[in-house]
Design a protein around this ligand. Structure first.
Ligand code: ADP
Ligand code: MG
Length: 338
């Protein structure tokens, strides 16, 4: 396992800047997720870590050594792509032993290694099978076993679960995290799915348009996002424009007991809006509600701003009648730059 440092990395393609000036430090053994919408530069950054792309500017250090100009095969990294092509004519054992074999490992050693890795991913009893005999999730596990068989210091994963259906994906996320904990390898994992990022990451790097927008533990980014983009990408959020007025703030809902020194956006997660709280949002009418098992998902229209809609997740048992007017409250208000 090794630490990774990205220093002032810029990547341009002709006149287009894909990465602006990325600085990022990843600790040895950390599970880091690069999260962001399609086209924000995740694959570009991962390719630079893996050596498939030499950055226009800047450096990449792995385990303290400058790897910027080192070829992929000479780096202590392995990259696992989404279309993890397994060799169809080979047994799982031979698929997983392939990397060690290329590195000159003898038959006995590499077969032992392959069986150890297949056991790690829960496929010890299938070493003699061929890939076509497996389910999608099992093939995914073989690809992981194959990537780990050469014992990389850093494993780079580009949307590895993207092809799986939702239920299997959630299950594989838990397995991936458990396996990472067991082997202790540094994982850098790319996804555009914020739930996946929250499920597996020690730290999330939120990217947008070639820049790092936010960085921290899942809790940190969810509860204290650094930007409006980060707040919205990590989960649903109600946005209410506010500006300073006297001791408090003014908004479309009327005056609010908030202190802000410049215009901004009050952000409230749906679970932080309800019939009690610390911040009075004024009277509002319940327009509709849906039962979601552990809460009611409700739409409210503020009396002072009939064009606005506020989403609230109310605890079970707390549901007013549709059409009723209630006093709406917020908790954990976040004020972010407009
Ligand atoms: P992501 O993986 O986050 O979806 P990418 O890193 O693949 O995004 O791409 C970031 C941006 O850089 C996109 O706008 C993409 O079109 C552009 N890009 C990526 N690779 C190249 C390339 N080889 N040549 C030109 N543009 C590229
Ligand atoms: Mg990509």
């Amino acid at each position: 396992t090794a630490d990774v440092a990205v220093q002032s990395v810029r990547q341009t393609f002709n006149t287009f800047t894909a990465l602006h000036r990325i600085d990022l430090e990843i600790a040895a053994g950390e599970f880091v997720v690069l999260l962001g919408p399609s086209g924000c530069g995740k694959t570009t950054l991962l390719s630079i870590l893996g050596g498939f792309l030499t950055p226009t500017e800047g450096r990449v250090l792995i385990g303290g050594r400058d790897m910027t100009h080192v070829a992929p095969k000479d780096r202590p990294t392995t990259t696992m792509f989404q279309d993890y092509a397994l060799f169809p004519h080979m047994s799982l054992r031979d698929n997983v032993a392939f990397g060690p074999r290329m590195r000159g490992s003898g038959r006995g050693d590499r077969n032992r290694r392959a069986e150890e890795m297949l056991a790690l991913v829960g496929l010890a009893d299938k070493a003699g099978r061929r890939p076509h005999e497996l389910s999608g999730g099992q093939r995914q596990r073989v690809a992981l076993a194959r990537a780990l068989a050469v014992d990389p210091d850093v494993l780079l994963l580009d949307e590895p679960l993207g092809a799986l259906d939702l239920k299997l994906r959630r299950q594989m996320q838990e397995e991936l995290k458990a396996i990472q904990r067991k082997v202790g390898t540094t994982f850098v994992h790319v996804t555009h799915d914020q739930e996946e990022a929250m499920a597996i990451a020690d730290r999330i790097v939120v990217m947008n348009e070639g820049r790092i927008e936010d960085l921290g533990t899942p809790q940190k980014i969810y509860l204290e996002p650094r930007s409006l983009f980060s707040a919205g990408f990590m989960g649903e959020v109600n946005r209410i424009p506010v500006r300073p007025a006297g001791q408090g703030a003014e908004s479309a809902l009327g005056p609010l007991a908030l202190t802000t020194d410049k215009p901004g956006t009050l952000c409230l997660r749906p679970e932080n809006v309800g019939l009690k709280g610390s911040l009075a949002l004024g009277p509002a009418r319940l327009t509709d509600a849906a039962f979601f098992g552990t809460y009611h998902r409700c739409h409210f229209t503020p009396v002072a701003a009939p064009d606005m809609q506020i989403v609230a997740h109310l605890p079970l048992g707390d549901l007013p009648e549709t059409g009723a007017e209630v006093a709406l409250w917020g908790t954990n208000p976040m004020i972010l730059e407009a």
